[in-house]
Design a protein around this ligand. Structure first.
Ligand code: NAD
Ligand code: FNR
Length: 180
């Protein structure tokens, strides 16, 4: 396969090495702030949960989110076998929980660090999440290293207090009230 690609970088020098392109892309992506979520799942494939920033709203009719999941992640077989997941949106103060769900930690250890309940699908719902979207995976596309999961929302739980947690420049930041 021809891996040659080119991207524009600051001095407009073309980058043609695939590894350099990947590095350049990630470095550029580090400048895109994103909400931090813990995506959970439970069912016949077992309990699973991972930190995710590649999550966004697709359509409100029917209410649908997309979640990008790396096929090499340890949680991948469980999430795809279960066919359901819950997107738990984190608040500031959840940094340690995010690190736990983003690292190479055993699944029991990840879930022992917080309190969980359930809504419609049986996926774990984080008790103090800003908002939780309990979803059924209705469609899947494999793109490069990731699966793009289209997730139809079956139940929502939210709280109105708290600040958001944003990942930016490879670190966690508070998203608070007040206009920019
Ligand atoms: N979409 C993702 O899969 C994703 C997103 C964020 C972080 N991560 C994981 O967390 C680690 C630490 O991330 P970091 O932000 O501190 O440093 P990093 O340099 O690895 O990543 C910078 C940015 O690039 C993007 N990115 C990273 N890995 C990616 C991947 N495999 N596919 C698509 N986009 C990706 C994300 O937007 C990330 O914030 C990464 O190495 C990766 O394993 C994965
Ligand atoms: C802030 C942040 C954001 C993300 C991640 C990490 C971190 C720290 N990770 C990586 C993901 O959480 C990690 O691969 C899983 O925890 C699985 O790791 P194990 O394979 O179980 O060790 C991640 N993975 C993924 O497939 N999609 C995503 O959107 C993200 N986003």
């Amino acid at each position: 396969m021809n891996m040659k690609m080119s991207v524009a970088i600051e001095d407009a020098t073309p980058v043609v090495d695939a590894e350099a392109v990947r590095f350049e892309f990630r470095d550029a992506m580090s400048r895109m702030a994103a909400a931090v979520n813990i995506v959970t799942s439970n069912g016949p494939g077992g309990l699973a949960g991972f930190a995710a920033t590649a999550v966004c709203s697709v359509t409100d009719s029917p209410p649908t989110l997309l979640v990008c999941l790396n096929r090499s992640a340890s949680v991948y077989p469980a999430v795809t076998a279960n066919g359901v997941l819950c997107v738990n949106v984190l608040s500031d103060g959840h940094q340690d929980l995010s690190r736990l769900f983003g690292g190479k930690t055993p699944v029991e250890e990840r879930f022992a660090a917080a309190a969980w309940s359930e809504l419609a699908t049986g996926s774990p719902v984080l008790e103090d999440a800003l908002v939780s979207f309990d979803c059924r995976i209705v469609r899947r596309a494999d793109v490069g290293t990731h699966d793009v999961l289209m997730c139809e929302v079956e139940a929502i739980r939210r709280r109105d207090d708290g600040h958001g947690l944003v990942y930016f420049d490879r670190d966690y930041h508070r998203a608070g009230p007040g206009k920019a």
